[in-house]
Design a protein around this ligand. Structure first.
Ligand SMILES: [Mn+2]
Length: 395
């Protein structure tokens, strides 16, 4: 049994390699997205192909998923095969735009399907209603692992699963995927591989976070993953002159670094950044906590502020959700539109809740317990009331 369309995407990429087509990898800017991109890029290189460009959107300024700014940035590389990893499943308009620019879009994602599919040439997502693959809780990197395995077997080059599995294990833990079925084996063999990693970025991370010997799930979650989660966007000019700038991020750069001393410097910086980040999340948590305490009776927590960085809303919402055991919607108040993050207690589907107000939202999507949205400011109050109504009907 295989995930729907894995074989099709695998064959399409192999054809692109054989025909020397330009390939663009577009990944979500977190550890799962970066791992997905690295897996596919390494597999393409192992088969003898090359990647024209890698792009990670800036979470703070571009938000989540495929966006117009990014497409404009990349459009002079069309025609090309545009592969969206760990995002894309909710980007209906953006995929249309990419098609118009001359890209052929492939989507490999694991987020919830929003009623219909974007107009991509092939979509892989285990959550497609007609996908017969029984396990739905793979991280995107777990889905990409099955894709690269299929490609490498087809090309007769499947021999080093460890270098992929170490990343899939970390991505699975970072995305907080449920540790059942496939994920148990992935995390177990991946963490075993991690202790003997050849990636200097991971070596540096293991050394500087004082992990010794075999790394267990707790150590991975508490020591290895947090610095990686603090990685931000980096725009590099890799080629001289007017060559394209690369729109990357620090997670990707660390995990693909080949110089150990450089990797150590990067890790030190990420650890420092992570400490600042924790401090900042604490500040936001207390700010929200103060506001919520004033309110006696509430069914949801719905708060926004101009000063809250978008990238910290998810972790702040998680803390608030843990404390109050209520659905939490946080947004960064921007000029016309506001992006936000959602966390809900166990058993409550945040994406379904937003389905009930979808006409008020510009975009939304994610996983049942953790998702995001973007909304015109004029609709914020209506959205809040719609959610209150939705949750009161649930009770
Ligand atoms: Mn993911």
């Amino acid at each position: 049994m295989e995930i729907k369309n894995i074989k099709e995407v695998s064959m399409r990429i192999l054809k692109a390699i054989a025909n020397n087509e330009r390939i663009i990898l577009y990944g979500d800017a977190d550890l799962d997205g970066a791992s997905s991109v690295i897996l596919l890029e390494e597999a393409i290189k192992d088969i003898g192909g090359k990647v024209e460009a890698v792009y990670f959107p800036d979470r703070e300024t571009e938000g989540y998923g495929i966006n117009e700014f990014a497409l404009n940035y990349l459009k002079n590389r069309a025609p090309a095969l545009f592969i969206s990893l760990d995002c894309g499943i909710g980007n209906f308009e953006e995929v249309e735009l990419a098609n118009e620019m001359g890209f052929e879009v492939l989507i490999v994602d694991h987020h919830k399907i929003l009623g219909r599919l974007p107009a991509a040439s092939i979509v892989v997502d285990p959550r497609q209603p007609d996908d017969k693959y029984p396990f739905k809780e793979l991280a995107a990197a777990g889905v990409v692992y099955r894709l690269v395995k299929s490609m490498l077997i087809e090309a007769g080059k499947w021999d080093e699963p460890e270098k992929y599995l170490e990343l899939v294990a970390l991505a699975t833990l970072a995305d907080m995927m449920i540790l059942e079925d496939d994920n148990v084996e992935i995390v177990k063999s991946g963490l075993l591989a991690l202790a003997n990693t050849k990636r200097v970025g991971l070596k540096a991370l293991i050394e500087l976070t004082n992990c010794v010997g075999e790394i267990n799930i707790e150590e991975a979650k508490l020591k290895i993953i947090p610095p990686l989660n603090s990685g931000g966007t980096v725009v590099l000019s890799r080629s001289i002159g007017s060559g394209p700038k690369e729109h990357l991020n620090e997670i990707y750069l660390l995990l693909t670094e080949t110089d150990l001393s450089k990797a150590k410097e990067m890790v030190e910086m990420l650890i420092e950044k992570n400490n600042k980040r924790k401090e900042e999340i604490r500040r936001i948590f207390y700010e929200i906590d103060e506001r919520v305490k004033m309110d006696e009776d509430f069914s949801i927590i719905f708060e926004g502020d101009v000063s809250w960085p978008l990238v910290l809303l998810g972790p702040s919402a998680s803390r608030i959700c843990k404390k109050y055991n209520k659905p939490v919607f946080l947004f960064k108040k921007c000029e016309d539109e506001s992006p936000g993050a959602v966390r809900t207690p166990r058993g409550i589907d945040s994406v379904k809740a937003m389905d009930s107000c979808k006409e008020l939202l510009k975009t939304y999507g994610g996983h049942p317990p953790a998702s995001g949205f973007r909304i015109k400011n004029e609709n914020l109050e209506k959205f809040k009331q719609g959610l209150i109504k939705y949750f009161s009907n649930l009770e």
